[in-house]
Design a protein around this ligand. Structure first.
Ligand SMILES: *Cc1c(COP(=O)(O)O)cnc(C)c1O
Length: 395
């Protein structure tokens, strides 16, 4: 059966793709070894540096998703048996820790309550105690998408520096880059992992990895087996504007257009817009519906995704399935430990206040359908009051 009207896509990735980016991707295929090709490739690789806020680092792209870049970061810099410090407070930080272990590295995991973020002080303690510098890398998830928790990467850097520790800092920015401020050079991030389908507003399919000079240096002594994700191969082709294998041409044109879109709005304005929109959503949840966020303290609130806890005795999965079936609204599911307990509203990418209103209204209708006693209209009222009385960029 045909469903009229657009699907209201409010999962935290893939996100809505602006029409101009969709159009930019409808292109004839072309020769990726042509003399003209490097123009496109080099412009994309160079301009990506601006959104990573790096001049010292090098950006690599792979036909992959963010998960592939987790692997590339680890295998290009570490050797089997190397010790890695990480923390787990949601499904994505869990999966990266799990991958690190499965790839043969020795993982020290600090488990943190889901709803909190990177344990800065514990990181510092562990690193201080590691007098022989056995720990070779420290992992941090800037935005834990499963719980809607953002950590302060500057504070992670500080923890490492306070301990005077030489470990590499690897950061997952898959659901934060281009939406929440990230500063690769200033925060001394060595490996930055990103993907195309969240803040970049593109389909999934391009993994993006930022490598600092220190990370590239670590590559020289890293003994991990790698082939497809070998950065050395990539680097040798990239310097001339080519790739060691066939790149996705539409994806490169899409990324070119996405970067132009972002620069036209202004990167800092994009961050401000995400914060402004997120605050309206939080007003709906906390003041309108009187519900709780999974993020258990203001310091962790995410500007790209809110995980909303349904009251005891209700199943969040039914709120989500009903919203889809009845209102053509896609909400994010509760993953793993929080399955059935939370639903998520993704507020990342190409959005404005009124497009987000559909997510708030639809979530509210679906909660009411499921017997959750929120006051009809309360979420919309709280969000509208917030958005009407504030502006982005007001500081
Ligand atoms: C989406 C996401 C990933 C996984 O990325 P894929 O592109 O699906 O492989 C990793 N980390 C975080 C924080 C994410 O939000």
């Amino acid at each position: 059966m045909r469903t009229a009207g657009r699907n209201h896509l409010y999962v935290p990735g893939p996100t809505n793709t602006p029409d101009r980016i969709l159009r930019a991707m409808v292109v004839a295929q072309e020769d990726h070894r042509s003399p003209k090709f490097p123009e496109l490739a080099l412009s994309v690789l160079n301009d990506l540096k601006k959104v990573f806020k790096t001049t010292a680092g090098t950006i690599f792209t792979f036909p992959a998703s963010g998960t592939g870049m987790w692997e590339a970061a680890l295998t290009n810099t570490l050797s089997p048996g190397d010790k890695v410090l990480c923390s787990r407070f949601g499904q994505f930080s869990h999966l990266w820790a799990d991958m690190t272990q499965r790839l043969g590295f020795e993982v020290q995991v600090i488990d943190v309550e889901w709803g909190s973020g990177v344990p800065y002080d514990q990181y510092e303690e562990v690193l201080r105690a590691d007098k022989e510098h056995k720990i070779k890398a420290v992992l941090a998830c800037q935005n834990e998408t499963a719980t809607g928790v953002t950590s302060d990467i500057g504070r992670v850097r500080k923890a490492i520096d306070n301990a005077n520790h030489p470990a590499l800092l690897m950061v997952d920015t898959v659901s934060s880059l281009v939406s929440i401020d990230f500063r690769m050079d200033e925060w001394g991030v060595d490996c930055t992992v990103a993907g195309s389908q969240k803040g970049f507003m593109l389909p999934a399919g391009m993994g993006i990895l930022g490598m600092s000079p220190k990370a590239l240096k670590a590559m020289e002594t890293s003994k991990s087996r790698r082939c497809y994700f070998d950065i050395g191969d990539m680097q040798r082709s990239n310097v001339n504007g080519y790739f060691p294998y066939t790149p996705s041409i539409p994806m490169l044109y899409g990324m070119r257009e996405a970067l132009d879109t972002i620069f036209e709005e202004g990167l800092e304005n994009v961050f401000a817009r995400h914060e402004y929109l997120a605050r309206g959503v939080r007003a709906a949840v906390l003041e309108g519906w009187n519900l709780k966020l999974c993020a258990n303290d203001e310091q962790w609130y995410s500007n790209t995704v809110s995980a909303i806890v349904v009251p005891e005795g209700f199943d969040a999965a039914r709120v989500i399935s009903n919203a889809y079936a009845r209102y053509n609204l896609s909400l994010g599911a509760g993953l793993s430990k929080v399955a059935g307990k939370v639903f998520r509203i993704g507020h990342v990418g190409d959005l404005n206040a009124l497009s987000l209103m559909s997510a708030i209204a639809g979530a509210e209708m679906s909660m009411l359908d499921n017997g959750i006693k929120v006051t009809p209209g309360s979420g919309v009222a709280a969000a509208s009051t917030w958005w009407r009385t504030h502006a982005p960029n007001e500081g």
